[in-house]
Design a binder for this molecule. Structure first.
Ligand code: SF4
Length: 362
């Protein structure tokens, strides 16, 4: 046995977690804690168990999401993980609302690469009436130009009626993450509260939008914090759950905080899959940085990723993501290959090293 004496055997633990997930029941809290404390040696069994749940509800499909940062930086809020926060010294792009042509150029490329959902994001505490109008117009245009593509918006705290206005314009979902456990929310932000965030997720849902809400891990939270957050979030019944891993930007209070391993990220993802069996669990920011070469294993747990760049940092090339999905035996949702379709890369003939003037590949 590789977990603590008081914990169940690994096989019993995973059997219970898979069983509750397949029945769409809440998992046992002590079992979620035990899951986080399993050893690296047990990792493949944990991934495999989470994979059973993932395949039951999502087969081998991977949903691609594409972020468009409509306004970058200059935020009055002080979320300590965020490069766009008040007082941030991170060397990020800062700009007010992008021109429509720049937004649509970006959106068109994301959709062409396979994105099923476009996420329109703007920094700030919450949207003004004029910003709601502007985003509504962009959303309406997206739904006309790209039928079948979902529009999600992430604009901060919502006031009554703003969710309804977005919904009426064709916006499908609203993203607002809880980010961390209620008990430690004050440690990561002082300009708004956990309750403010919970209210906005509830308001978006009541006003007709599909709730998208997740968290950021790697900010000093304990195992208990992770479980508390996950079970709290479950009560909000999100349809999609972005799982972010802290990107410790230089120039922010959390610069230099590197506490995640690829294995811990996979255990956290597995926990989220067991807590949200039939919700879209999305590996979000920090995927490349923290999972590194174990990214393909995450696809066996999560059924959704972001394609392309994040809000203020660059993601890996979309071709690399598409290859990873195909090589791992998954298909892009909405772009399932026709029967018999096959593609192979060409053999690259050597034109460097011995026999050439070019330096060798080493
Ligand atoms: S409200 Fe959003 S954009 Fe502003 S600091 Fe917090 S996370 Fe960053």
């Amino acid at each position: 046995m590789t977990i603590t004496d008081a914990a169940p055997e690994l096989s019993d633990l995973l059997h219970s977690l898979v069983g509750s997930a397949l029945e769409l029941e809440a998992p046992r809290r002590d079992f979620l804690l035990a899951l986080l404390r399993t050893s690296d040696e047990d990792l493949l069994e944990v991934v495999s168990a989470a994979g059973v749940v993932r395949r039951r509800f999502f087969a081998n499909r991977v949903k691609l999401n594409y972020l468009v940062n409509l306004r970058s930086g200059l935020c009055p809020e002080d979320c300590s993980y965020c490069s766009q926060r008040r007082g941030s010294a991170a060397d990020i792009l800062t700009y007010a609302f992008v021109e429509d042509h720049a937004a649509f150029d970006s959106i068109g490329r994301g959709v062409a690469a396979g994105a099923k959902r476009v996420c329109l994001v703007a920094s700030g505490r919450g949207p003004s009436a004029r910003e709601i109008e502007r985003v509504a117009l962009i959303a309406k245009t997206i739904t006309e130009r790209f039928p079948g593509v979902e529009v999600c918006t992430s604009l901060g705290l919502l006031r009554p009626g703003q969710g309804e206005a977005l919904h009426d314009a064709g916006v499908f979902a609203y993203n607002h993450n809880l980010n961390t456990a209620e008990e430690r929310y004050g440690d990561i932000c002082t300009t708004h509260t956990y309750a403010d965030r919970v209210d906005t997720v509830g308001r978006a849902t009541e006003e007709g939008l599909s709730p998208c809400s997740g968290a950021i891990f790697g900010m000093g939270e304990s195992d208990e914090d992770i479980v508390n957050l996950a079970l709290d979030l479950r009560r909000l019944r999100p349809d999609s759950v972005p799982v972010n891993f802290l990107m410790p930007f230089e120039g922010t209070p959390l610069a230099g905080v590197w506490e995640l391993t690829p294995q811990r990220c996979l255990r956290i993802l597995a926990l989220m899959r067991f807590v949200f069996p039939d919700a879209e669990v999305r590996v979000a920011a920090g995927r490349e940085l923290h999972l590194r070469s174990l990214q393909p294993l995450a696809l066996h747990i999560a059924n959704s990723i972001f394609l392309g760049d994040y809000l203020t940092s660059e993601g890996q090339p979309s071709r690399a993501d598409l290859d990873m999905i195909e090589d791992s035996g998954f298909v892009v949702e909405g772009h399932e290959p026709a029967a018999g379709a096959d593609s192979h890369p060409p053999v690259a003939l050597r034109r460097r090293g011995p026999g050439t003037e070019a330096p060798p590949n080493a």
